[in-house]
Design a protein around this ligand. Structure first.
Ligand code: ZN
Ligand code: ZN
Ligand code: ZN
Length: 388
């Protein structure tokens, strides 16, 4: 005989409750921990005793509908026609149908985790379709026992606390996806996600009553939201932000990487001094990249120079395959030409990303295109108010 597993003991259902004796039904505290619901595994009948504790609700259910519920702690004998609460239930126990299903519910807030099983396809202007996965935590409770059993447990045929939690998690993921869709329509990009996690949590929390209210569930906290990007997208974003922090273009960045690599893996070549090794690595990196551009230039005739990094790229590119710059945006924004090296640079850039020359702080009137002083509030040519 094996006594270790309580779940396999006769009379104790795997869903985490217990039926004590023949006629007394109660939710055993040892099975209750963290479980929002326990469906009593047999029908309760006229004559049974129902024990309801401080933090519990007992819901009586028959023919797809809640009959009533007890949310005050007590031991209810379903024989006492005089008790006002029980009497209300017993009027349903008429004729031959003197029985009902009982669900115990927790009143307390419970903590749950959610995570997407299917990725969310986020269409980003630079990266195209990006598969996102979301994870997070939430705190919830049953706020309306009748709605919870009728609309949630009944509708989704949930039998156990695990069924309920699985369904809540799916709904939480849907809310996060809805929030992402809403913020995306307002211009959110993949590169903005990390900085907006708290905003997304707040939006999910704010929209939760509309979504969960109908199910009798209240969400009072959403936290720990994580949105994971595919590795190659995350790497591109990291590269771009490093480039922007360092103030370098892609070629310079590559050269820097080559130096880092060379330092990490000193070539076995005849014990060359470290300094020589680094210099060689940088030179090889640059030479390789420039050679690659020329080779591409001959292979594919319609090419243009990336305004951000100068790489020769296919003329119809929506973004630069070399540095990741968004060319559709770059086209709309006025650009200036570096007076020293001729690189096209986005207007407002303080230093040429190619040669480092300090650029004139002049800006252009968006209305007439006239060059104006950066401090000018109105265009001296056409009179238009200039913002910022
Ligand atoms: Zn580029
Ligand atoms: Zn320059
Ligand atoms: Zn103007």
């Amino acid at each position: 005989m094996v006594f270790g597993k309580k779940q396999s003991s006769p009379g104790v259902p795997s869903s985490g409750g217990s039926v004590v004796g023949a006629t007394t039904i109660e939710w055993d505290p040892q099975f209750k921990q963290g479980n929002v619901m326990w469906k009593v595994p047999r029908l309760i009948r006229f004559g049974d005793n129902i024990v309801v504790r401080e933090d519990e609700i007992a819901v009586f259910y028959r023919d797809g509908k809640v009959l009533t519920y007890f949310d005050q702690p007590n031991r209810y004998a379903l024989t006492d026609f005089n008790a006002p609460i029980v009497g209300g239930l017993l009027k349903f126990f008429t004729g031959v149908q003197q029985q009902a299903e009982v669900y115990y519910l927790q009143k307390r807030f419970l903590d749950g985790k959610f995570g997407s099983t299917q990725p969310y396809q986020f269409v980003d202007p630079v990266f195209g379709i990006v598969n996102l996965r979301v994870f997070g935590e939430y705190r919830y409770r049953v706020s309306q026992p009748e709605n919870f059993i009728n609309q949630f447990v009944g509708t989704f045929a949930a039998e156990t606390a695990a069924d309920v939690e699985a369904r809540l998690k799916e709904q939480m993921v849907i809310l996060v996806y809805n929030a992402l869709g809403k913020m995306k329509s307002q211009g959110l990009k993949v590169t903005d996600l990390a900085a907006n996690l708290t905003n997304i949590e707040q939006l999910v929390l704010a929209t939760s009553p509309d979504h969960f209210g109908q199910y009798g569930v209240e969400i009072n906290k959403v936290s720990g939201l994580t949105i994971s990007l595919p590795d190659e997208v995350q790497k591109a974003i990291d590269t771009r932000s490093e480039m922007s922090v360092l103030g370098v273009n892609y070629l310079q960045y590559q050269a820097g990487q080559a130096m880092v690599d060379a330092a990490k893996n000193p070539s076995g070549g005849a014990g060359a001094a470290a300094g020589v090794g680094v210099g060689l690595g940088a030179g090889v990196g640059l030479g390789y990249a420039v050679g690659g551009q020329f080779a591409q230039g001959f292979a594919q005739p319609p090419m243009k120079a990336c305004p951000s990094c100068g790489a020769m790229i296919p003329a119809n590119s929506a973004f630069c395959p070399s540095c990741g710059a968004n060319l559709s945006t770059a086209k709309q924004q006025a650009s200036v030409v570096c007076p020293k090296c001729g690189t096209a640079v986005q207007a407002g850039t303080k230093f040429c990303p190619n040669c480092g020359t300090q650029l004139s702080q002049e800006k252009k009137c968006p209305n007439c295109g006239e060059s104006v002083s950066p401090t000018a509030k109105f265009c001296p040519n056409c009179g238009k108010a200039l913002t910022q």
